[in-house]
Design a protein around this ligand. Sequence first.
Ligand code: UDP
Length: 240
Amino acid sequence: MRKQVEILKVPIDDVSNVEAMERLKIFLEEPNLKKVYTPNPEIVMLAQDDTELLRIIQEADLVLADGIGLLIASKIKGLGLKERVTGIDTMEQLLIYSAEKGKSIYLLGGKPGVAEIACKNIEEKYKGIKIAGFYHGYFQDKDEKEIIDNINRSKPDILFIALGAPKQEKWIDKYKNILECRLAMGVGGGVDIYAGTAKRAPLIFQKLGLEWFYRLIKEPWRIKRMMNLPKFLIKIILTK
Ligand code: UDP
């Protein structure tokens, strides 16, 4: 049975990393498209004013708690979220599983050339995985038909979309009825991690739930977006 908790109206699935993978493996055997999103406090805050984004997350098949802020909110409110399930860890598990089972992936997003390098690295590291295709994320509206045709010709099991949030969630929603794949998942900067153009925070930062802090040091211009985190926590404390 699906158990979700609501954090400022945004439903989050109460699953562990292992349970999330169990759910995803089932999705990969079912014919209709499943939509997976990994919101963090920033996205939850965006969804407060963006009703389209809120609806999109409400309609998802799996919503993972990506961000220590959501766990803190869950503790404050006594909602009992099991653990943090990050998009990047889930992507990694899906790649491992795809390699084992010979599943195919398509990677959409990132600066021109980045998705191609990421796919090469993924193919090298996860032997047995099938690369269905890739496309950069700086396309124009007029290119979208070509992208959809490209995806649908190769019929990937998994479509990873790295256009940043909330663009990737809105893109999946726009095309959910015509995309021919089993799983569509927004992975933000995942394409950059696999291409090697960005690095994950060192393990110690990950363990302490301080990846956001590492990111702030590396990309100080994100400060404006990150100010949403304290605003988020204040809102959590102030709302009943
Ligand atoms: N990106 C893209 N097209 C766009 C905007 C962004 O492909 O129009 C890519 C960008 O190159 C990066 C990823 O989307 O690889 C966004 O990464 P970020 O870590 O900023 O994701 P977020 O934190 O917004 O989810």
